[in-house]
Design a protein around this ligand. Sequence first.
Ligand code: PMP
Length: 436
Amino acid sequence: SSLFGHVEPAPKDPILGVTEAFLADPSPDKVNVGVVSPLILSPRSPSPNLAFCFLCLSEVTDGMGRCFCRRAPTGTTTASPSCSTACARPSAGSPATSTCQEYLPMGGSIKMIEESLKLAYGEDSEFIKDKRIAAVQALSGTGACRLFADFQKRFLPDSQIYIPTPTWSNHHNIWRDAQVPQKTFTYYHPESRGLDFAGLMNDIKNAPDGSFFLLHACAHNPTGVDPTEEQWREISHQFKVKKHFPFFDMAYQGFASGDPERDAKAIRIFLEDGHQIGCAQSYAKNMGLYGQRAGCLSILCEDEMQAVAVKSQLQQIARPMYSNPPVHGALVVSIILNDPELKSLWLKEVKGMADRIIGMRKALKENLEKLGSPLSWEHITNQIGMFCYSGMTPEQVDRLTNEYHIYMTRNGRISMAGVTTGNVAYLANAIHDVTK
Ligand code: PMP
């Protein structure tokens, strides 16, 4: 009897398992609409300084679409010019220079945090000026959520977290491992494939006063359904009445509208209404820094003194876990956001990615209609952000995979980032076949 004999294999992750299966499929027709990096249309920057990825040392043309690699609509790889330009700056550091070898402070890069707060709270936010925000660099969006969940458990041990149905599946794992009890609240309306606003408002009203709610700031994953501005105002108002605490997960800032500023609208409404909020930011999607684990956790406090205390406690939670966050991605983020020219280039890239996805939504819907599908596919173009919550059943998804080598999560979520001019017709044909 071995020491670890009782250890059973963990269940496959419902999202990351899809990529593994895709990679293992030898079919030349295979399509991955599971987890795919968003695509940048801009031509590959011919920077001689970026012959390889600083992180994994593989060629920038690495087909995984990770690091700074991108695939154009036809499937060829292009790099994001803003990231590759930033990387080529000596201040970004590389394995060949010393910048990257140093530890960052426990709370991470001060510059990167400063820029992140401007992005989320607004360039001229009074809360930034008043130093009311406790913020630390986090291990991307996941790490930011987990740090918050651990903080919540430590300082409000009797609290719970309300999580929307459905949500990104890892939210459940994160608060489970932080040992914060979970409740769910109504979000999606399967019949209309839109928001169940009445159900949502009811659940907010019926939760005990002072509850914690996890809200997707924009481009809800997996449904692609966001409240309207007016609905956000009503939600914020009701939160105020109930003294609930909103924790915003903002993993797709820029992907809903193409403009990061507009995508921060929900947060800004809550700020206007005088809420204290928490916010998890990720640069995985909007800068394509997936593997760099660049993100930020912020908590708006009552005053500067409280913010100092809260930040010190966040650092104390990080210290025995990973001590301090990784440096290169943080440098890339701060170089881009701190340089007006690079920032406007980045904004154009984000807009390009969002527009391309919108174009692919139209193409997918038109292809399905052309095939004579009697079903309504309006939701493909009504939903926003990176995902289309197609309404397909797990069995229909299984058929797509088994018969057409199309890989996606069994909840019917299509990552629109994986849809290209080259595969949209094939995808539509397969979807039509399994849904007719
Ligand atoms: N939140 C949501 C809603 C997400 O969809 C994701 C990524 N799929 C994340 C957080 C975190 O991603 P990362 O840790 O790579 O930033």
